[in-house]
Design a protein around this ligand. Structure first.
Ligand code: ACO
Length: 376
């Protein structure tokens, strides 16, 4: 009889000090600090330091960190020419995955597994990924690339490079909060991918490239784009209930709902719901919020008893749309933030590494006679 846990549910495969999740009570903490406190009072740059160093920075450390991070926003001519050579029809997640992989080729020591050196590489990847996404997006829109501005925060600089104008304080704060909320989340599928690759003593570029590939799946980070497609399919808030009922009757999944770990409200969704409502109202997208709200109401009535609630992806769709981001940039936004968490896990994995190599239950036949091809 098979002893495998389908989807590895309930299997503990690593130790971490980065994030703690209580799925029953709806708690998420980064290194012991409630996610809500971080979203309200911290910044993504501070959270990124936490991910890479397992604690919040002291003031001089933070200053040094942001100088380093912001000083690494720029891309080499080689990287820029690679982005320019991409088909403008490429999906941004495929482009980002390819470009993170390509960054390894201009690193003279890409394979180093020395922890401080890997931390430095991680800061570089984190800093350059938004520049890569913004440059590609502008090129495909037929616009000139906007060079990064190292005087701007991670969040403000990204929006500046995308739109060629500095974001308002409200937009910068909203986007920064989204980055904080997406930074880490236990041993999710992409983080596990990153740790598996790191455990072979492969390089940080490979680990993050693999993680980006895992993230883009519609059951994982790709769900935020699925949510937006769904919202676009529904013409008005009044039609949302029937839409959900039809999907559930067909046993289809409603994107942005359900979670392997949370059987109560995802605390990230709680924060994003408030943010989405504010931003949608301020930017003339109240209808989008109303549709989301109507979907949530119907899902609460129909499936909350099964522990299915909105996850991080549900209200991030309305939030990103209200910030003015194109639909196919939603999952790349998740990646820009999660690079910090992936890198943090890679560093944890390297510290006392053991190859991750689980077993499979063989369920096929034995003693099978080999038949020449003509006799099969
Ligand atoms: N809509 C409708 N029903 C759902 C949903 C949903 N979104 N999610 C789970 N269910 C139902 C399943 O149909 C199943 O019902 P059954 O027992 O009657 O067959 C039951 O809940 C359990 O579903 P599983 O797939 O076994 O749960 P699992 O823990 O493997 O799935 C997952 C978690 C993949 C996230 C799932 O909830 C899902 O597909 N959600 C939609 C996609 C999504 O939003 N993904 C983003 C997750 S958050 C993140 O990765 C950042």
């Amino acid at each position: 009889m098979s002893t495998a846990s389908k989807g590895l549910e309930g299997i503990v495969a690593a130790e971490t000090v980065l994030s703690f999740i209580d799925g029953e009570k709806g708690i998420l903490e980064y290194n012991g600090i409630a996610i809500n406190d971080l979203a309200k009072h911290s910044s993504f740059e501070e959270v990124a330091f936490l991910m890479l160093n397992k604690r919040l920075p002291k003031k001089p450390e933070f200053e040094a960190f942001i100088t380093d991070l912001r000083g690494s926003y720029g891309l080499s001519d080689h990287t820029l020419s690679l982005i320019k050579s991409m088909p403008t029809t490429a999906q941004p997640m495929h482009m980002l995955r390819t470009m993170v992989s390509a960054l390894a080729m201009e690193d003279p020591e890409p394979n180093s597994i020395d922890i401080p050196e890997v931390r430095v590489k991680a800061v570089r990847i984190l800093a350059k990924a938004p520049t890569i996404v913004a440059a590609f997006d502008r090129l495909r829109r037929g616009l000139d690339i906007v060079s990064p501005d190292p005087s701007l925060s991670f969040a403000a600089n990204f929006l500046y490079m995308l739109n060629a104008e500095r974001p308002t304080h409200t937009m910068e704060r909203a986007f920064d909060a989204c980055m904080i909320l997406h930074a880490d989340h236990g041993l999710n599928a992409s983080t596990f991918t990153c740790r598996v690759i790191t455990s072979t003593l492969s390089d940080i570029y490979s680990a993050i490239t693999g993680a980006i590939g895992a993230l883009r799946g519609p059951l994982h980070g790709g769900a935020n784009e699925g949510v937006m497609h769904m919202l676009n399919e529904i013409d008005s808030p009044e039609e949302a209930e029937q839409f959900v009922m039809n999907k559930l009757a067909a046993r289809d999944r409603i994107m942005g709902f359900g979670h392997r770990v949370y059987k109560s409200y995802d605390p990230r969704a709680t924060y994003l719901k408030t943010l989405a409502e504010q931003l949608a109202t301020d930017t003339g997208n109240a209808d989008l919020y109303a549709k989301s709200s109507a979907i949530e109401k119907t899902m609460a009535r129909e499936v909350a008893s099964k522990g299915i609630y909105p996850n991080v992806d549900f209200y991030s769709a309305t939030t990103y749309h209200s910030i003015g981001l194109k639909l196919d940039l939603f999952t790349p936004m998740f990646a820009l933030s999660r690079i910090s968490g992936w890198a943090g896990h890679a560093l944890e994995q390297l510290d006392g590494n053991r190859l991750i190599r689980p077993s499979a239950d063989y369920v096929g036949p034995h003693n099978t006679q080999y038949l020449p091809i003509e006799q099969r």
